[in-house]
Design a protein around this ligand. Structure first.
Ligand SMILES: Nc1ncnc2c1ncn2[C@@H]1O[C@H](COP(=O)(O)OP(=O)(O)O)[C@@H](O)[C@H]1O
Ligand SMILES: [Mg+2]
Length: 331
């Protein structure tokens, strides 16, 4: 089943777009088929993927208005990473859309015929709880709140939670609250530490353990128009986003199958090759900023990071194909 995940908070500058872009990029590099949806008329996601949003002839808005076909709008950045772009033209059009029938389901209806072509559809929401954000929640299977641990973003949580309850009751019964991701964190300040405590208390089971540190390479990558994994794979930003997506994937069936596949592939190799791979994995690991490993249960986190590095190498040697992978391997 396709997972449709909204990254949402009705406040700008919390890291939603950066999170959507880098999550989409990481998942597609892992062999998943991904569609990233730019639901913000500012077109930041479109730009972060390197497109000049204002020069596009067709956008998501044309699909909402039934002017054109999906295939004519979607941008194919790579075989496994597609983008539904947006630009400022649609900002003015939100109001007229208010009068269309089933206006809350515009996005759901656009995605319905194509969703089986993707493993993940990720939606970057605008910084308000207007019609577009409601459309995102009505179309999603899951949503993740993205907040920076500061005073004003915190105030956005309660109204968003109320909106979630309303959408679940009236528009989308199966919508799941997947969790809270802290992005743009600087825990050196006492203020942030206090906010962290509040979040831990209020979301004991919903707060992702992984968090995204404030890191200038993430800003540079967005200005450069590429995901962090293409800009600097060994930056702290890449490390943090990898951690987040791996945690996000952990309870996904398909990912569990994929990890088993890597394990079996690894075990099927001669011992010398296994050792060589582990050596490479360790070398990759050492180039990361290890500071945050010290913050957690050291050994467990380190073993997990090592496994991820190992699996990346196996992926390069024996690429995983999202759909037929398990069957192929059994043959
Ligand atoms: N962890 C981070 N460290 C430093 N800069 C970041 C980080 N995350 C995002 N940014 C930058 O902050 C700005 C706002 O981030 P963005 O993802 O666009 O937030 P939102 O979509 O919630 O408005 C962008 O310029 C982006 O490059
Ligand atoms: Mg944004």
């Amino acid at each position: 089943m396709t997972r449709i995940v909204s990254f949402i908070i009705q406040k700008g500058g919390c890291g939603k777009t950066t999170t959507t872009v880098n999550t989409a990029s990481y998942l597609s590099r892992q062999g998943y088929r991904v569609l990233a949806v730019d639901l913000d008329p500012q077109g930041n996601l479109t730009q972060h993927f390197g497109y000049d949003s204002e020069s596009l002839d067709l956008t998501l808005l044309d699909l909402f208005q039934d002017n054109t076909r999906f295939d004519d709008v979607v941008l194919r950045r790579s075989e496994s990473l597609h983008i539904l772009p947006n630009n400022l033209a649609s900002a003015a059009e939100e109001i007229p859309l208010f009068h269309t029938i089933s206006r809350e389901y515009l996005l759901r209806d656009v995605l319905f015929p194509v969703k089986n072509n993707y493993d993940y559809i990720l939606i970057d929401c605008p910084p308000n709880l207007g019609l577009f954000s409601i459309n995102a929640l009505a179309a999603s299977t899951d949503f993740i709140m993205v907040i920076s641990p500061e005073f004003f973003p915190m105030k956005a949580i309660k109204p968003l939670y109320e909106t979630y309850k309303m959408v679940r009751q009236k528009l989308n019964h199966s919508l799941q609250f997947r969790g809270v991701l802290m992005a743009m964190c600087d825990f050196r300040t006492r203020h942030s530490q206090e906010i962290l405590k509040i979040l831990q208390k209020n979301f004991p089971h919903k707060l992702f353990r992984a968090y995204i540190r404030t890191n200038v390479t993430l800003k540079e990558a967005s200005a450069y128009g590429v995901p962090i994994f293409e800009y600097d794979e060994h930056s702290a930003g890449a490390f943090d986003y990898q951690n987040f997506v791996e945690e996000f994937l952990r309870d996904d069936d398909r990912n569990i199958r994929k990890r088993e596949y890597y394990q079996r592939r690894f075990e099927s190799l001669p011992v010398e090759e296994q050792e060589e791979i582990m050596l490479f994995a360790q070398r990759n690991l050492s180039s990361y900023n290890q500071s945050r490993l010290d913050l957690q249960n050291n050994n467990q986190a380190l073993q997990e990071a090592l496994l991820i590095e190992r699996n990346k190498i196996i992926e390069k040697l024996f690429p995983y194909r999202a759909s037929a992978m398990v069957e192929d391997w059994k043959k």
